[in-house]
Write a protein that binds this ligand. Structure first.
Ligand code: ATP
Ligand code: MG
Length: 235
């Protein structure tokens, strides 16, 4: 991990209509770190990720990756240039097979074999059931396929939205290992949006809590982080 910002949000605001959901968020995610962004339902976590990717227009502020503004870039361009996204909603082509869902993550077949081996290494069941339609996978299997698909492009920056939702503990712990390995061995920078604070804090270098679209608290992950984050997540 280095001190250089891989992802820098400078006072960004965004929303869906007249009222902003995200309010002047400034946040720096360092190169090679796992940064956990937590917050209660409806606080704007997904909106923030979509705003980073340009899926929702900013009303204020700017987003920089590797110190370069990514304003005006199409989401598809961002994904092609090394930003991976494991979204929270409707992420898979339900009527396509695992093979085709994974293939669609790549713009060319050239890198397919190496990328596939990498994700099969992480999640062997994918290789064993290549022809199964994504829509017939269990919820947990679909989550693993979503992450596998995001990893196919060997992203340098990976945005992950509530991947642990509804997963059994052993799968959550498997995903924790995969993400730790990605950050430590490949230098992948990970912005992890999570409600599961035990999972998030088991792998995060730093964390922040989003409240009503603004950063309410943030720190390096340490012994008192769990109780501090828990206070923020109370109803
Ligand atoms: N398409 C939309 N149109 C209008 N408002 C929306 C839309 N999507 C989300 N919102 C509103 O924006 C706010 C933030 O929603 P968002 O989905 O970003 O929250 P979240 O923190 O990701 O919540 P969760 O933990 O439940 O996924 C909520 O009040 C939500 O109702
Ligand atoms: Mg969300």
């Amino acid at each position: 991990m280095s001190d250089a910002a891989k992802l820098q949000l400078n006072g960004i605001s965004s929303g869906y209509g007249a009222v902003d959901v995200i309010n002047e968020v400034t946040l720096s995610v360092r190169s090679g770190e796992i940064f956990a962004l937590m917050g209660k339902n409806g606080m704007g976590k997904t909106t923030l990720l979509k705003s980073i990717l340009g899926l929702i227009k900013l009303t204020r502020g700017s987003v920089a990756v590797d110190e370069k503004s990514i304003a005006g870039r199409k989401p598809s361009e961002l994904i092609a240039c090394g930003i991976g996204y494991a979204p929270q909603e409707q992420p898979l082509f339900q009527d396509l097979s695992i093979r085709d869902n994974l293939r669609l993550a790549l713009t060319s077949d050239r890198k397919l074999a190496a990328a596939q081996e990498r994700v099969y290494g992480y999640f062997p069941f994918l290789k064993e059931r290549l022809s199964q339609k994504a829509g017939t996978l269990s919820g947990g299997e679909q989550k693993m396929l979503i992450l596998a698909r995001a990893l196919m492009l060997q992203p340098k920056l990976l945005l992950i939205d509530e991947i642990s939702e509804g997963l059994q503990p052993s799968v959550v712990s498997k995903i924790a290992d995969v993400l730790k390995h990605e950050a430590a061995s490949n230098g992948t920078t990970i912005l992890l949006v999570e409600q599961n604070l035990d999972f998030a804090l088991s792998i995060a270098d730093r964390w922040a809590v989003l409240k009503l679209g603004a950063i309410d608290d943030q720190d390096t992950n340490g012994p008192d982080s769990r109780s501090r984050v828990l206070q923020h997540l109370k109803i």
